[in-house]
Ligand binder design. Structure first.
Ligand code: COA
Ligand code: AMP
Length: 622
């Protein structure tokens, strides 16, 4: 029998035309694919639809209004609550009404800075309902990062909560938002704050308003008809420079790709319970906490807790039992954390997890040891899937909703329909079978992938489409084995992956360089058993730096990174050196530093300026 991938290869446009029929368009698209000469593409441009309608109203209209749409489970506040599709639709329609009252119109941008509470999903869906473009900012980012996003997205409104809760620590959001607005050049017109009793915010600025009051005064509004190519959201992600890139996702292709993936990749049926233990601030949260499961008619879970510590390493299994979860999706780090606390899986046996059919992992490489442990402990297929903020859904995975392939540990299995993956050398030539190289995707990108970078199409072309003409550069390296299984081995650029979160070493370097005693620095990734990678700095101080201050510099730099980027950067170690190894043209040899730091074989480029600079590095690493 011909499989999905072969069907897509045989006729890509027809394949996506067929998939488009699975969503409830107001007006079906007549145009399937629109390609620009610059390599960018968009899908279903003239179809009329609304992503919020698909996620909520469509199910209500089809007799599933009383089915549970969203479960909020919060071990950090000891709360849980279920929302039916009808309840979620009605509350979202009022939040949308509030936005309209605030003057938000189609095409306006709205920043959402909220923890894992149902109102975060309502805020996203409410924007989608009225055609506003949301941009969710993860709570672990500090004020300057939020300010950078405010300046780029230029939101008329910020929707926020008064606080987030990290295990037992209450993190006040309002002071952080105030300071971000002060730092930003662009000034939003309104900050709407949902008050949580753990930290009630002072609404003392002219632009501040109380979410509860505004929503209670609002009238529900209906979803408006949008074009398939209208933007749904912007999600910022780290590139190789300090400036985050605003990935733009369009409504039509996104809905079609997610609907297809919920069925084909994740093997979900209407009414199944799908739990992404991630955060709405990340792409996994956008695609598989909010839009994907709801559009597919599944029950989704918003979990405000951690895999461990809330209260223990049995938290995931408790949630699976309590809500009869059918599939869970999280980052390998989460499972490594659980394994570290409960190596023999004793906590698993305390719960009935028989509802669980599959575990999905993404966000970073799923190392074979963790995959084996998960498989032995849980007794269900453990499915790695590889993707990026830019693509919005898996580039490679195992089609659990079709005929799954045998799992190979360490591999994300095979390319998804829509993704024509090639392994290229640095000159853009295909490498021999089995050889490692740069993973590139032949254009056009399929539905659901980014259409541009917000406000900077040239940046989109330069960052993604210019390395190899006709291809999208993924930034990851890897290889195909003899059977066509894809092994993704890690980034080939200066992006670092910390606990499934992507950060730019360039961004951290820019922050460290702001310290008055720092002359220059290089930040590279150190391998870490729990979080995959952690950033480590090699720092050269100014000759004028006070030698006695050197004792404090480590903690000062950690503090600076925490204040400027956020705690999730996990920057804790700096090595002081008198110079950095460089090429004769002055480029810092980060790959050499990284190899030395991780005890790997060091390949010295012939262009190295001064080999003796490495002796000092060797000494400080001892
Ligand atoms: N708001 C504010 N601060 C946050 C935050 C948020 N939303 N999320 C994380 N932080 C803080 C943490 O409190 C911690 O601060 P600390 O240095 O003061 O302790 C720091 O950022 C690092 O957070 P994290 O990487 O989450 O480490 P942790 O030690 O608190 O937890 C794990 C360790 C393994 C439990 C956690 O990393 C985890 O759950 N990982 C899974 C990752 C994941 O789900 N990724 C989603 C992508 S699919
Ligand atoms: P993000 O955009 O934050 O989701 O990060 C995407 C990056 O995470 C990718 O470019 C990869 O480097 C890494 N990544 C995500 N999923 C996987 C996976 N299954 N295997 C290996 N790396 C992954």
């Amino acid at each position: 029998m011909i499989n999905d991938y072969q069907q897509w290869r045989a006729n890509p446009t027809e394949f996506w035309r067929d998939q488009a029929q699975s969503i409830d368009w107001f007006t079906p698209p007549s145009v399937i694919l629109t390609e620009s000469t610059d390599g960018s593409a968009s899908w279903f441009d003239d179809g009329e639809m609304n992503s919020c309608y698909l996620a909520l109203d469509h199910h209500v209209a089809n007799g599933r209004g009383s089915q549970t749409a969203l479960i909020y489970d919060s071990p950090v506040t000891q709360q849980s609550r279920c929302y039916s599709f009808l309840e979620l639709r009605d509350e979202t329609a009022k939040v949308a009404g509030m936005l309209v009252d605030l003057g938000v119109k189609k095409g306006d941008t709205v920043i959402i800075y909220m923890p894992m509470i149902p109102q975060a999903a309502m805020a996203m869906l409410a924007c989608a309902r009225i055609g506003a473009v949301h941009s969710v900012v993860f709570g672990g980012f500090a004020a300057p990062e939020l300010a950078a996003r405010i300046d780029d997205a230029k939101p008329s409104v910020i929707l926020a909560a008064s606080c987030g809760i990290e295990v037992d620590r209450v993190i006040e959001y309002k002071p952080l938002i105030d300071s971000a607005i002060e730092l930003a050049e662009f000034k939003p017109l309104h900050t709407i704050v949902l008050q949580r009793h753990q930290a009630v915010a002072h609404l003392d600025k002219l632009i501040d308003k109380d979410w509860g009051i505004c929503v209670s005064q609002a009238q529900p509004v209906e979803p408006i008809a949008l074009r398939g190519d209208d933007p749904l959201y912007i999600l910022y992600t780290s590139g190789t420079t300090g400036k985050p890139k605003g990935v733009v996702r369009q409504n039509g292709g996104h809905a079609v790709a997610l609907k297809y993936s919920m069925d084909a990749v994740y093997g979900m049926r209407q009414g199944d319970v799908f739990w992404s233990a991630s955060d709405v601030g990340w792409v996994v949260g956008h695609s598989y906490i909010v839009y994907g499961p709801l559009i597919h008619g599944c029950t989704t879970i918003m979990y405000e807790g951690k895999p461990i510590m809330t209260p223990d390493a049995g938290a995931f299994w408790r949630v699976i039992e309590q809500y009869s979860v059918n599939a869970i999706f999280s980052a390998p780090t989460a499972f490594r954390a659980i394994r570290r606390e409960d190596p023999n899986g004793e906590l698993v046996s305390k719960y009935d997890i028989s509802s669980l059919r599959t575990v999905f992992a993404a966000g970073e490489r799923l190392d074979p040891a963790t995959q084996n442990w998960m498989s032995n402990t849980l007794g269900v297929p453990i499915i790695d899937n590889w993707w990026q903020t830019e693509t919005g859904w898996p580039i490679a995975a195992n089609l659990m909703g079709r005929e799954p392939l045998p799992v190979k540990n360490g591999s994300a299995t095979k390319p998804m329909p829509g993704f024509d993956i090639h392994i290229l050398d640095d000159d853009g030539q295909p490498v021999a079978q089995g050889m490692q190289g740069n993973i590139a995707i032949k254009l056009p990108l399929p539905p659901g992938c980014l259409s541009t970078v917000w406000g900077d199409h040239q940046c989109f072309l330069d960052s993604y489409l210019s390395d190899y003409p006709g291809f999208y550069t993924s930034g990851d390296g890897g290889y195909f084995d003899q059977e066509g299984y894809l092994f993704v081995m890690g980034r080939v650029d200066d992006v670092i992956n910390i606990a499934g979160h992507r950060l730019s070493t360039g961004d951290i370097e820019e922050v460290i360089a702001q310290h008055p005693d720092v002359a220059e620095c290089a930040v590279v990734a150190m391998l870490d058993e729990l979080k995959g990678e952690l950033p480590v700095g090699f720092v050269v101080l100014n000759s004028s730096a006070d030698v006695t201050s050197r004792g404090n510099i480590d903690s000062e730099l950690s503090h600076l990174v925490r204040q400027s980027i956020g705690p999730i950067a996990c920057y804790r170690s700096s090595y002081l050196v008198s110079r950095l190894p460089k090429t004769r043209s002055g480029k810092v040899l980060r790959k050499v530093l990284k190899a030395m730091l991780n005890g790997e074989d060091v390949l010295l480029p012939p262009t190295i300026d001064d080999v003796s600079s490495l002796d000092e590095i060797k000494k400080v690493l001892l």
